[in-house]
Design a protein around this ligand. Structure first.
Ligand code: CU
Ligand code: ZN
Length: 240
């Protein structure tokens, strides 16, 4: 029943907390050993070695944490049939958000790419993604004098085998908080078009059908696999 469900959840949560604690203790002990040993040992070379080790260890800790922050994000790209055909690696940079696209199975040639306003990729037409992300109310197009949408990106070119490997810059956008955040609210989406964006036509550069879509969300994996309803819990409820 409900009670067992709650119990199970508490058990799951405390298990996770225990693991975290254990890991924390391990790191603390390691750091402590490195520091204390330094005091006991007078050999300067050893001290230096330990200091370097400690530094490496601290860097490792920090880099572990930043892996989960808003600085990076991987977006899975799907085609109209619902097959995953690549990824977009997003990373926060001074100039904006870098978008590293790795795609396959496209028609050779140029394709328009934009960040659209809603985090919804419902195939086959992906109209659920809405218009281009445009928090400033600009016109569309990187070549438009009154442009551009914040979500406008340069075209990418698929090679003869339909593969795209491209690094684009979503200028002035951010993954952090604020008006120009592509994680704002529920999030946004990344769309690849069948045709080329001409950079000036309204409202979308006449780039044709939306052929790929990927959701850009704040928390794509909120609680791991434990969140979905436990099927055994349902069975227990049924038996009563
Ligand atoms: Cu678009
Ligand atoms: Zn646009």
């Amino acid at each position: 029943m409900q009670k067992t469900g709650i119990k199970r959840q508490i058990r799951a949560n405390s298990g996770r907390a225990f693991l975290l604690l254990k890991r924390g203790f391990y790191f603390l002990r390691l750091a402590y050993c490195l520091l204390v040993d330094t005091r006991d040992n007078n050999a300067k070379g050893d001290n230096l070695m330990r200091a370097i080790l400690l530094l490496i260890f601290m860097t490792f800790l920090v880099s572990c944490q930043s892996g989960n922050s808003e600085a990076n994000r991987t977006v899975e790209m799907y085609n109209a049939s619902g097959d995953m055909v690549g990824t977009a690696e997003l990373s926060e940079q001074d100039a904006g958000v870098q978008v590293k696209l790795s795609l396959e199975g496209l028609e050779p040639g140029f394709h328009g790419v934009h960040v659209h306003e809603f985090p919804q990729c419902e195939g086959p037409d992906f109209t659920s993604a809405g218009n281009h992300f445009n928090p400033d109310g600009n016109e569309h197009g990187l070549m438009h004098p009154e442009g551009s949408h914040l979500g406008d990106l340069p075209n990418v070119e698929a090679d003869g085998s339909g593969i795209v490997e491209a690094e684009l810059m979503l200028a002035e956008a951010t993954l952090k908080d604020g008006k120009k955040s592509i994680l704002r609210g529920e999030g946004t989406s990344l769309i690849v078009h069948d045709g080329q964006d001409d950079g000036v036509s309204q409202p979308g550069g006449e780039s044709g059908d939306r052929i790929l879509c990927g959701v850009i969300k704040t928390d794509p994996d909120p609680q791991g696999e434990e969140t979905p309803t436990d099927p055994t819990e349902f069975n227990e409820e049924q038996e009563k």
